[in-house]
Write a protein that binds this ligand. Structure first.
Ligand code: FEO
Length: 392
């Protein structure tokens, strides 16, 4: 593969996973990449590795540039195996490199791999001169795991923040300006499905970086494209997403057994459209949960519809709510609707889950027995219209 140089002496040496379609429950129709970065100086440094099955691909990249045994340091910014899986094999191949990580990183890596390495433990504010360059370390707990940290190359103004600012997107291009606008959609889906629960910490971390006066010319995340042309754009997007900025957009997320809940969903959608909001109809078995979550990011309201099954909600709704509540989306109003046969229960079951997580739920709900008649469909349209007014 072609050698990719970010700046003089700084190389991308990662791997492209074209075929992964499920990333722990997140659909990845475009695959992903595992980015590792090689820095040549008086001491040579590799920042992060790749998922274990891609070890040889990474080694091939490194070998095009230097003899891997000449690596002095390997920075492990994060324990999760998509970045550390190839670490044990690489350490063995290199010899005795020093592995730089946080205290928690050491603990996690030792437990995962049941082995120890030659460690250098770092914390926020620590720096390491490698010749003409200085590596600065900034702990970033929960971005993505408690062990996570960022590595900053001061002289080059390059930030290597591991999972932060990434996208699950495999391509022959390595830089965001080579791809165009679609990069923001990949970044939004990634943020919503991975980093959303950590929104308050993201705001704190961005603030901390600003106060440190760090100047950033390039951001090399551990997944997807490198932000070269306008790194400020993704930082600004993270701030807006983390602040919960929403648009006049409402989702109708539903499943249906015999079509009645779907009739309600479509009537509600009509009401939303009449009220002038940007509305989306999302059937739970036609849309992957991670795509619905991406749609939720900038939506002000979500209407959830489920038929009643065995006195509870439909299983797909249970799956979706389990996933959604873990991501802790803030600043959304939720509304509930349902159709049932002889006995209800879906709305009660949905409400119970959402109340436990302290979501804001619209007190009004819409429940219909069997198939909605024309009067009930009219009420559903009105239900949509009224809900739209709540987020205008
Ligand atoms: Fe890409 Fe948290 O690992």
């Amino acid at each position: 593969m072609e050698i990719v140089e970010l700046k003089k002496g700084i190389y991308w040496v990662g791997a492209i996973d074209w075929n992964v379609r499920d990333f722990h429950g997140y659909s990845t129709p475009y695959g992903t990449t595992y980015n590792a970065y090689l820095i040549l100086d008086e001491k040579n440094v590799l920042v992060d590795t790749v998922r274990a099955p891609f070890y040889l691909e990474m080694l091939g990249q490194i070998s095009q540039i230097i003899d891997p045994s000449k690596i002095d340091y390997i920075v492990a910014n994060h324990v999760e195996n998509d970045h550390s899986g190839a670490l044990p094999q690489l350490v063995e191949r290199v010899g005795t490199p020093t592995v730089i990580t946080t205290e928690r990183g050491k603990k996690g890596l030792e437990k995962y791999f049941q082995k120890s390495f030659k460690w250098r433990i770092v914390k926020t504010g620590d720096a390491l001169s490698i010749g003409h360059r200085t590596l600065n370390f900034l702990e970033a707990p929960m971005l993505h795991w408690p062990d996570s940290m960022f590595t900053y190359l001061k002289e080059d103004r390059v930030l290597l923040p591991n999972d932060a600012f990434g996208q699950h997107f495999a391509s022959v291009q390595r830089f965001e300006d080579e791809v165009g606008e679609s990069v923001m959609r990949h970044a939004a889906k990634y943020y919503a499905n991975i980093l959303w629960p950590l929104a308050p910490l993201i705001l704190k971390k961005v603030d901390e970086v600003v106060k440190m006066g760090i100047s950033i010319e390039m951001i090399g995340p551990s997944h997807g494209l490198i932000w070269r042309k306008d790194p400020g754009r993704i930082i600004q997007a993270y701030v807006e997403w983390s602040r919960g900025k929403t648009n006049r957009k409402i989702l109708v997320v539903y499943d249906t057994m015999w079509g009645s809940t779907e009739q309600l969903a479509k009537a509600i959608l009509k009401g939303l459209i009449e009220a002038g909001v940007d509305a989306r109809l999302l059937h739970l078995r036609s849309n992957h949960r991670s795509d619905i979550i991406e749609e939720m990011l900038e939506a002000g309201g979500i209407l959830l519809g489920s038929p009643t099954l065995n006195n509870g909600m439909f299983p797909t709704m249970g799956d979706f709510l389990t996933y959604m509540k873990g991501l802790k989306p803030k600043g959304k109003i939720l509304g509930l609707f349902s159709s049932h046969g002889w006995g209800g229960g879906a709305i009660k079951a949905m409400r119970r889950v959402l109340e436990e997580e302290k979501f804001e739920i619209w007190e009004k709900e819409l429940a219909v027995q069997f198939r909605p008649d024309s009067e009930e469909l009219g009420r559903a349209v009105e239900f949509g219209r009224e809900f739209a007014e709540k987020i205008l």
